[in-house]
Design a protein around this ligand. Structure first.
Ligand code: NSS
Length: 431
């Protein structure tokens, strides 16, 4: 195809005749002129057709085009200071691929249910488009960070024989006559891999049968989980803050245009710089009491507590050393107070709450076995995991960061569902 171009790169094509392939975003006409707004996935550009400059039949073809009709357009690129991307095209030719039927999504306001049911089409609109570009850039920054820091990517399985994060929200499935579960976390496998590679991360979809409908829970979400042999709780926090600073600042730098489209005030995001404040769970309880937030020692924090705590700081905050009885079986108790576990959460500001959960792992075989029994977990399912404590056991720490929660925070979204291309929630599995 003749000088095929993408809208994003048109600035470097001024004066050239180019061909664009895309969809009709909008159009209008005025006498002997037709204006076509073309969308090609990389951007939107206006193409101006003047009656005397185009072959016969062109205006008839243009007049038949509906919103989202697919077309191939040839035109000459002209600088235009008033245009959004700084350029416009003088249209020379249009070829219609398909005339779209009446498109369900128009400029008028639609309700969230309608939009979610039409997610396969809604993706074309500017808002989801910007959010998913930000997600894509964030994920690349995540990979760049770990790949550039001596980590090895190890993909962990999705079919698993046992629970990592407790049995209450497991998705069960039949595996050739045996019970299997969709992975809640790659952590146990990442721990095994860290004994082979030292520093590893896994990154994939994870599944939790979250029966409550909240703005912060999906049943399928993506998690990034680094695991580092020999790291302790403090090393883990240092890694997490360095990682968040790099990824957030990279997205702010590279996605300024998308964030502007979302009208996101990025002042607070600019503050995401290491070091982050650190408070213990006990200190957090005191702080909540001071703030008049009803709470009791021993309870896990929900959204109101997390929001109140995070409000107290100008950047994300680490809360560490939670009551052991509300944390997973694999967490190492604090040697100075075994009723506490060496776990850590990172709370994002602006009401976004927990984006990271992790901690230091129990490295003693006997202690881990006892914890398994206390949690009512079958030893037989974890024999391989226990092996890691038999053959060169070392301190180890890691964490999991939820992609959708982090993207929702970066973009300033009200609900996690907009941070996934095709979100999965309790009452939604279509499209
Ligand atoms: O349950 S976590 O707090 N921790 C783990 O799964 C550890 N096994 C990770 C590790 O140490 N390797 O989940 C981690 C993060 C949490 O902070 C959220 O950001 C996200 O995973 N998360 C979720 N996002 C969306 N929806 C749901 N339901 C959800 N649950 C956790």
């Amino acid at each position: 195809m003749e000088n095929l171009a993408s809208i994003r790169n048109l600035k470097s094509c001024v004066g050239q005749t180019v061909t664009l392939r895309g969809w009709v975003y909008n159009k209008r006409s005025s006498g002997k002129i037709r204006f076509l707004l073309l969308r090609d996935g990389s951007g939107i550009v206006q193409i101006v057709f003047v009656k005397n400059n185009v072959p016969e039949g062109t205006f008839e073809a243009l007049d038949l085009l509906t919103q989202e009709s697919s077309v191939i357009v040839t035109g000459k690129v002209r600088e235009d200071a008033r245009a959004k991307g700084g350029v416009e095209l003088d249209g020379l030719k249009v070829e219609t691929l398909q005339i779209a039927q009446e498109y369900p999504i128009g400029p008028k306001e639609h309700g969230p249910d309608f939009l979610l049911s039409n997610r396969h089409l809604w993706l074309r609109s500017t808002r989801p488009h910007a959010i998913l570009q930000i997600r894509s850039r964030f994920v690349k920054a995540v990979r760049d960070f770990f790949d550039g820091d001596g980590f090895t990517l190890v993909d962990t399985p999705i079919f698993t024989p046992a629970a990592c994060e407790g049995t209450t929200n497991l998705f069960e499935t039949d595996y050739f006559g045996e019970k299997a579960y969709l992975s809640q976390s790659g952590q146990l496998y990442a721990e095994a891999a860290s004994k082979a590679f030292g520093k590893v991360y896994c990154f994939g979809p994870t599944f939790r049968a979250e029966k409550s409908k909240t703005r912060r829970h999906l049943t399928e979400f993506w998690m990034i989980e680094p695991e580092v042999a020999f790291n302790d709780l403090e090393d883990n926090m240092k890694l997490a803050e360095r990682f968040l600073e790099y990824t957030i600042q990279t997205v702010l730098k590279d996605c300024a245009e998308q964030l502007a489209l979302l009208e996101r005030d990025t002042t607070k995001l600019q503050n995401v710089r290491a070091p982050f404040p650190r408070i213990s769970y006990n200190e957090a309880i005191d702080l909540l009491k001071q703030k008049g937030v009803p709470t009791e020692w021993g309870n896990d924090f929900g959204s109101p507590e997390e929001t109140a705590l995070a409000e107290h700081f100008d950047r994300p905050v680490f809360v560490h050393r939670f009551p052991a009885k509300i944390k997973a079986f694999y967490m190492k108790p604090d040697p100075t107070d075994p009723s506490l576990a060496l776990g850590v959460d990172c709370l994002a500001p602006e009401g976004y709450g927990e984006i990271i959960g992790g901690g230091q792992r129990e490295e003693s075989y006997e202690a881990l076995l006892q914890r398994l029994h206390e949690h009512g977990l079958a030893e037989a399912n974890f024999d391989w995991y226990l092996d890691l404590r038999k053959y060169g056991s070392v301190p180890s720490a890691g964490f999991g960061l939820g992609v959708e929660r982090t993207v929702a925070w970066i973009c300033g979204l009200d609900h996690l569902r907009e941070a996934a291309a095709f979100p999965r929630m309790i009452h939604r599995i279509k499209p």
